[in-house]
Ligand binder design. Structure first.
Ligand SMILES: C[S@@+](CC[C@H](N)C(=O)[O-])C[C@H]1O[C@@H](n2cnc3c(N)ncnc32)[C@H](O)[C@@H]1O
Length: 473
């Protein structure tokens, strides 16, 4: 048997896909995770990491492609960290996503996996995103064909695009992307041309110098409204450039309905501004989910796949099985999508959210939809639920709790408090089956897991959204 260690080169056949998107192969039962592979591929792999129970490897060469491989649509496929599975048929992506939810529930949560239903597909598998964040960088990631060239067509010291998978500080210049609308790519191109010749450098994450940081494009799929946010470092000398770029964008891309300049002083590479100046338009876009209308400002969370969000919302509604008399608590309510979506079936709904801007949008969204039985509470759920008696006195004991935490899942103390609160029904929405499984495991003492419905919000990526329905025992 080959002794695996870092640097070993070995031929393997990929058997399956693992949580996080890597291919999984075995050598005498020992698991090797291989980046950017799909089942059925025979690959020559270099081991990059060896642990007690598994190893990781990088592909040196694909010796034989998978019988199910299809031609990826995007020329950046293979380098860009955005899509990992464009070469996998869509039906297969859906199957894999369901299997991965199964595995997480069984392995992490020790839960029965027969309750997981087949993944519901996204109505659109390309151009489905209503938001994309592009990063500026002072060093462009070279394409394989550029590595040995003496003369590069494009400068090396500037990039605007998406991250190379696994490297937060390496950016691939994006010339095409099939996840948002083609107009968004045109906006990226125009901003790139301007910033490149502006004389102001991109932000450098190593020494925190430079000006250009992020470009965020929000693009409503139902109203056609487009929000562009330029996020820069704080630098007074860039005021003129922002003015020039704004005039140019508005003249050349009249579809832009609102333009925002955000300033970020954060050291972390997060596309979120500390202060914002609305240059044109209202500073938000409007999006529709079915009959409901939502206002989304630049800083607020909104599900990125509008069409699939409607399916997700319908699943939440079905899971709540409301009769009109229930009090519903919507934990981690963001801009109020779920709260407002279930309001017409409930007596009243209380949304809880940490970010003030999102909550302001939630209140506006409730008004926009003539919903008058929703209230929203600002705060960190970790603190809010420590002693829920005042919330109960004010809003009533919840009959149903909807919870939709960020990827990290609910804070353990929130899960514990939820178990103590013990509403008859919990509908748990999650974009991370691993943390979903962890949180459900704690709730299982008091609850029965009725079903878990995966919904594909992110075609061509390994991300999985799921709605779990729980009933008190
Ligand atoms: C996945 S989003 C869900 C949003 C909403 N359910 C929707 O569908 O639009 C998670 C939300 O939780 C909020 N959040 C994160 N940590 C929180 C906390 N500790 N307490 C309250 N809200 C929190 C975030 O600001 C974000 O809006």
């Amino acid at each position: 048997m080959v002794e695996l260690k870092k640097g070993t080169e070995i031929e393997l056949v990929v058997e399956n896909l693992s949580f996080g998107g890597k291919g999984l192969a075995r050598i005498n039962g020992f698991v090797v995770f291989i980046d950017r592979t799909i089942p059925g591929q025979r690959v020559l792999v270099r081991i990059t990491r060896k642990r007690y129970s598994y190893a990781e490897g990088r592909v040196i060469e694909v010796l034989e492609d998978s019988p199910q491989a299809i031609v990826p649509r995007c020329t950046h496929f293979g380098t860009c960290g955005g899509c990992l599975w464009q070469n996998l048929p869509y039906n297969e992506q859906l199957r894999v996503k369901r299997d991965l939810v199964w595995e997480c529930l069984a392995h992490i949560g020790g839960l029965p996996h027969d309750v997981v239903l087949p993944t519901l597909p996204s109505p659109q598998v390309y151009y489905y995103r209503n938001k994309m964040e592009f990063s500026f960088a002072p060093r462009r990631w070279l394409l394989p064909e550029e590595i040995n060239l003496d003369q590069l067509e494009k400068p090396r010291n500037f990039a605007l695009g998406l991250h190379v998978k696994g490297f937060y500080n390496r950016v691939l210049d994006i010339e095409e992307c099939h996840l948002q609308s083609p107009l968004s790519v045109a906006i990226v191109e125009r901003v790139r041309q301007f910033a490149l010749t502006s004389g102001l450098p991109p932000y450098n994450t190593m020494d925190h110098s430079g000006f250009w940081r992020f470009l965020v494009v929000r693009d409503s799929k139902h109203t056609g409204q487009i929000l562009v946010e330029l996020i820069t470092a704080s630098n007074r000398s860039g005021v003129k450039e922002i003015d020039q770029l704004s005039s140019l964008l508005l003249a050349e891309i009249p579809e832009i309905t609102t333009l925002v300049h955000g300033i970020s002083t954060k050291k972390a590479q997060i596309a979120s501004a500390d202060t914002r100046n609305v240059i044109l338009g209202p500073g938000y876009i409007e999006e529709r989910l079915g009959d409901l209308q939502f206002r989304i400002s630049s800083g607020s969370f909104f599900q990125t796949n509008s069409q699939a969000s409607k399916i997700l919302l319908d699943q939440v509604l079905t899971g709540c099985s409301l009769t009109g008399s229930e009090v519903v608590w919507d934990l981690y309510c963001g801009t109020g999508t779920m709260a407002i979506g279930v309001a017409s079936g409930a007596r009243n709904v209380i949304g809880f959210e940490l970010i003030e801007e999102a909550l302001a949008d939630a209140r506006t969204n409730a008004k926009l939809n003539d919903v008058d039985n929703c209230e929203f509470v600002l705060g960190d759920l970790k603190g809010l639920l420590v002693d829920p008696s005042s919330l109960i006195d004010r809003y009533g004991i919840p009959d149903v709790v909807v919870t939709d935490p960020p990827r990290a899942g609910m804070h353990p103390s929130v899960v514990k408090q939820l178990a103590t609160l013990a509403p008859p029904k919990i509908v748990s929405v999650s974009c991370n089956p691993a943390t979903l499984a962890r949180d459900l495991k704690i709730l299982m003492e008091k609850y029965r897991l009725i079903r878990v419905q995966p919904v594909d919000m992110f075609p061509h990526t390994p991300h999985i959204e799921a709605v779990a329905v729980l009933e008190r025992r």
